[in-house]
Design a protein around this ligand. Structure first.
Ligand code: SAH
Length: 509
């Protein structure tokens, strides 16, 4: 029998993964078992190790998929077999989180546990909605209350009429299904009908929505706006004490826009971050995968003669990265790269070399291979020159032909990776895309477009889903999309993350 494990009762924060603690992140990244419920963001599951066992014990209001007793049993069973278990709970584990019951069960089974606090929903919703909970002049107490703990229990848990006169700010969790009742009790208890009130649903997420009204209109305003759980209800004078800029979160340029990135998994982080900073919700549907090329003989020959090339030409950042990786494997010293001059299609490809302090002499103005070939020919340095063209398996025949026929260069090609279509139905975000659609889908290359076209039937959207605006990174991608009868709504002028982001902001403003 193995040694007993440990359970970490971890607060995940309110929804936005970046509002989790560093401690939560490091524990999720190394745990053996992750036990999570429905209020925790799916993003956390991507942080785990591949071997991590993920257990969904999600409950939604009125539908207990897993009994509390069974959750406790799951924790005990895994920890008893020596595993490191993270029990991830929305917000803070000690705020209406049934944490005490789990601690008791672990105590009883003799299992060690630790508690990691999290940002609770009331604080996060207040911050992201710009609603202060305290104010020097009118809010010196803050109360956390709960409407119900279990929908099947009909009665309100709290005697709200008693809270009508406590002053300060009331933050009510799980109050949506009994909102009318709660408001009535507060008014009957003597609370002013004009006191500022608010409801914030899906706080901190791209789907955050809120209303602000007086207490007497709170129910009708909430219904009119169609706000639903999860939501926090705020009541108190302090929340009415800010100006127009308080709405900072919902004011961001791409707030609430769902944008699909189709790049290979692992290559979206920079773009994703940029879009998220502007308030967008990013969906990842990797349509292609990049696999290293297997032709070891060609690779060995090229690297053996690396110092003999006058020009090295790169048509993609993937090729550039793989080239540098193999170069360092072969030589381990940057000086061995020889006197070659470097030419690239696109800024992101050039960036790979600049990161190694290598100068890039040509970055094709237009991100297409023909344009690069023209610029190379214009240098008048190609006649009888040894030129290496590094690319994927979808080789740039036009580029090579122009360098040979017009520039009279001696060209070696080095295919360093292969592009394969992925099975899009296996992507984590695929069901979400099918059900809700998106505001925009971004094709970064012809191959992502071709993969989409090949799998169009699987990608067919549900009836009420939003049809995305089609965005193309450059002329070649646009050509592929148009040839397949897809209308391109946005195209980069200068293919880059910055340019595409700018175009999206303009389009949606
Ligand atoms: N332990 C959690 C609360 C669990 S009770 C915490 O500390 O936040 C579940 C209730 O929390 C929901 O019914 C809702 O009232 C509130 N809640 C959780 N996440 C929320 C969110 N993103 N936006 C608004 N309310 C949220």
């Amino acid at each position: 029998m193995s040694e007993s494990g440990i359970v970490y009762l971890v607060g995940a924060g309110p929804g936005e993964p970046k509002l989790s603690t560093l401690r939560a992140k490091e524990l999720i990244e190394c745990c053996d078992v992750l036990v999570f419920d429905h209020l925790t963001n799916p993003e956390f599951r991507r942080w785990t190790r591949e071997e991590c066992v993920q257990v969904d014990v999600g409950k939604s209001p009125g539908r207990h998929t897993v009994e509390q007793r069974d959750i406790e049993k799951t924790l005990v069973t895994h920890a008893s077999s020596g595993k490191m278990v993270v029990r991830l709970k929305g917000g803070d584990p000690f705020v209406f989180g049934r944490c005490a019951e789990e601690m008791l069960a672990l105590d009883k089974a003799g299992i060690v546990y630790e508690v990691v606090p999290g940002v609770t929903a009331a604080l996060a919703c207040a911050g992201y909605a710009g609603l202060p909970l305290s104010h020097r002049e009118c809010g010196s107490t803050i109360s956390f209350l709960t409407g119900h703990e279990d929908l099947s229990k009909e009665e309100l848990r709290v005697d709200f009429s008693k809270f009508a006169n406590v002053g300060g700010t009331l933050c009510i969790y799980m109050g949506m299904s009994k909102l009318e009742d709660i408001v009535k009790k507060l008014l009957n208890g003597g609370m002013s009908p004009d006191i500022p009130s608010a409801v914030v649903s899906n706080g901190t997420l791209p789907s955050q929505r809120k209303i602000i009204s007086s207490l007497k209109d709170l129910v009708s305003s909430t219904q009119e706006a169609g706000l639903q759980a999860p939501a926090i209800v705020f009541i108190g004078n302090a929340i009415g004490r800010t100006g127009i800029r308080a709405n900072w979160f919902e004011k961001r340029a791409l707030f609430g826009r769902r944008i699909v990135l189709t790049r290979p998994a692992g290559q979206v982080s920079k773009f994703k971050e940029k879009l998220e900073l502007l308030g967008a919700e990013v969906i990842e549907l990797p349509l292609i995968e990049i696999l290293p090329s297997q032709d070891k003989k060609v690779i060995a020959e090229v690297f053996a003669g690396i110092a003999t090339y006058e020009w090295a030409v790169f048509t993609s950042a993937n090729g550039a990265r793989e080239f540098m990786r193999l170069f360092f494997l072969a030589y381990g010293d940057i000086r061995c790269i020889g006197p070659m001059r470097i030419a690239c299609v696109g800024e992101s490809t050039a960036e790979v070399f600049r990161n190694h302090s290598l100068e890039v002499e040509i970055v094709a103005e237009k991100s297409i291979a023909e344009s690069l070939a023209k610029e190379l020919v214009a240098t008048d340095s190609l006649d009888s020159a040894n030129v290496l063209v590094v690319s994927g398996n979808r080789n740039r025949q036009v580029l090579v032909k122009m360098l040979e026929d017009v520039g009279h260069a001696i060209v070696d090609t080095l295919p360093l990776y292969e592009t394969d279509f992925t099975d899009v139905t296996e992507a984590t975000d695929f069901p979400k895309f099918r059900e809700f659609g998106a505001d925009a889908i971004i094709f970064t290359s012809s191959s992502t477009a071709l993969s989409y076209i090949e799998q169009e039937e699987d990608l067919f959207l549900n009836e009420n889903a939003i049809k995305p605006v089609i965005c193309s990174f450059g002329p070649e991608t646009t050509k592929t999309l148009l040839e397949n009868e897809l209308i391109v709504d946005l195209e980069c002028t200068n293919p880059s993350i910055e340019d595409m982001t700018g175009k999206l902001v303009k389009h949606f403003s």
